[in-house]
Design a protein around this ligand. Structure first.
Ligand code: 5AD
Ligand code: SF4
Length: 498
């Protein structure tokens, strides 16, 4: 346990929150036009926290999407700046942080299960600090549940104030009182935060935060707040720094990257940003997620023009039926989506598509579900993330009556998954005997003797070869094709077929 020095005690009494700051879903829904994000570039570690972690360990478990992964890298960076060391063993940790996801109920259930398991660790080590952050922490009902039923949780903070980790942790450690600070305002953009990145050759780069689309099923606009784009110069600086450090790939992150810049000066678009990122010369650029509504022609032109923008586009469709799309608030029809896919294919002939699909939206009929299947037949996706609709409290869809039994939704999901696997397998067949370019991630998770990495089209390749290092870009001849991966042998020279 940290022995508080006199100035630390003063610090705590000055900063101590008498009341919890709790989430407020109503406030989280507010979007005031003209109420721009506040940009802060002045982050510095509070002096009192500089040695807080000396001789101590932190453990972070991340749930959910790439935005959470990237936030956890910032949280790890903050821990390291406070002198904490990382541990992969929960039992060794002095602080455990669960960075949570609220997108579906099963994501939340996993976290509650974990909180139960940690209770025992807390009994063994009463000084252990257990924190919950991320999207679940932004939900009113969830926080109330944690406060009433999970006394083992010491610290709760949300997605808007991860930079406050040092202060909040100090408060929790020294005051030995529960610390809760969840903001539901429209948000800030905080630059210059430290980051402990998980990979030395692939990096996630936030280009924006939040979402203003309010699809009727989705909790994200509530948990992540108003859309706030980072300034282009800050993003380009980050990419240039990564390139100098030897990074080979960046993935530009946002809930809806195509809307990048719409909250800035009105001049900056995602196409402009993407072109500037391409011009940095970083070898591989990906971006996620694109909303079909904002996918403008200039974007297609830029993707087609630059070889370092990967020709694999994630374009969530959600449903193949226009009436369901309308109820979902997606702002496009089946026909508009298909026209967009065709337009992209014409401009970028070797493009591949992946998507997200929800089955069992309230009262989705069998015929409407079959429209989704026929859209899959038409688009022949390389990959799809498929989900059963999960009602999220506070969203408009959660108030819709639903007469479709869950067992029926499960049946539809299975049928959809079979169709998706069929096309994934079919698309992979063309790689048999082909030579592809692979960015090496490291030894394969299943077999240490084999390397693994991803192609330009985001295909997982497991391959053998000599003199290979993580972060290399190598040519691999494909020898065997599976539904969701390819096997091969590295070759020294050769033309790629990609
Ligand atoms: N239920 C099921 N799936 C959802 N998604 C978002 N909200 C829900 C929900 N309430 C899916 C969408 C989105 C992906 C990230 O998660 O398909 O694109
Ligand atoms: Fe959710 Fe729609 Fe925003 Fe995606 S675009 S985060 S699905 S509200």
């Amino acid at each position: 346990m940290v022995e508080p020095s006199l100035n630390l005690i003063e610090y705590i009494s000055m900063n101590k929150k008498k009341n919890y700051i709790l989430p407020d879903l109503k406030a989280a829904r507010v979007r005031t036009p003209g109420d721009d994000a506040i940009f802060r570039t002045d982050f510095s570690l509070p002096e009192a926290t500089v040695d807080l972690g000396k001789g101590r360990y932190y453990f972070i478990r991340t749930y959910g999407c790439a935005a959470n992964e990237r936030d956890s890298e910032t949280l790890a960076g903050l821990f390291e700046r406070m002198g904490y060391a990382k541990t992969d063993a929960m039992e060794q940790a002095d602080v455990i942080l669960l960075n949570t996801c609220a997108i579906r109920q099963n994501a939340e259930d996993k976290v509650f299960g974990q909180l139960g398991a940690i209770k025992q660790l807390k009994r063994n080590n009463p000084d252990l600090i257990l924190g919950v952050c991320g999207c679940m922490a932004q939900e009113e009902a969830t926080v109330n549940l944690i406060l009433s039923k999970y006394p083992q949780v010491d610290l709760i903070f949300g997605t808007h104030n991860i930079h406050r980790l040092p202060d909040l942790l100090l408060n929790a450690v020294l005051s030995k009182e529960r610390t809760v600070e969840v903001l539901s305002n429209q948000g800030e953009v905080v630059e210059n935060l430290p980051a402990q990145r998980n990979s030395r050759h692939k990096a996630f780069v936030h280009i924006m935060y939040g979402c203003d689309k309010f699809c009727t099923y989705c909790i994200v606009p509530f948990t992540r707040g108003k859309q706030r784009s980072r300034k282009m110069a800050d993003i380009i600086d980050e990419v240039n720094q990564l390139k100098t450090q030897g990074y080979k790939e960046v993935t530009l992150l946002g809930q809806n990257v195509n809307a990048y810049g719409k909250d800035l000066d009105g001049q900056t678009t995602f196409a402009t940003l993407l072109e500037q990122v391409a011009l940095t010369g970083i070898p591989r650029i990906r971006f996620t997620t694109s909303h079909p509504f904002d996918f403008e022609d200039e974007m297609i032109t830029v993707i087609a023009k630059y070889d370092n923008i990967m020709p694999a586009i994630h374009l969530p469709v959600q449903s193949g039926n226009s009436d369901i799309l309308k109820l979902m608030g997606r702002r496009y029809t089946r026909e508009h989506y298909l026209t967009l896919v065709d337009k992209i294919k014409t401009a970028i002939p070797d493009v591949t598509f992946s998507t997200d699909i929800i089955v069992g939206f309230p009262n989705e009929t069998q015929a409407q579900f079959e429209d989704t299947l026929s859209l899959v037949d038409r688009c022949q996706y390389d990959l799809a993330y498929t989900f059963i609709y999960s009602p999220r409290e506070g969203t408009p869809a959660a108030k819709m009556e639903d007469h479709i039994p869950f067992s029926e939704k499960q049946k539809r999901l299975q049928q959809l998954n079979e169709r998706i696997t069929y096309y994934s397998n079919l698309n992979n067949q063309k790689y048999k005997d082909a030579i592809v370019e692979v960015l090496v991630d490291g030894p394969s998770k299943k077999n240490d003797d084999v390397w693994s990495g991803y192609t330009r089209h985001n295909k997982l390749v497991n391959f053998s070869g000599e003199g290979i290092h993580c972060g290399d870009i190598v040519q691999v001849k494909i020898t065997e094709v599976k539904s969701y991966s390819l096997d091969g042998i590295a070759i020294n020279n050769g033309e790629t077929n990609e």
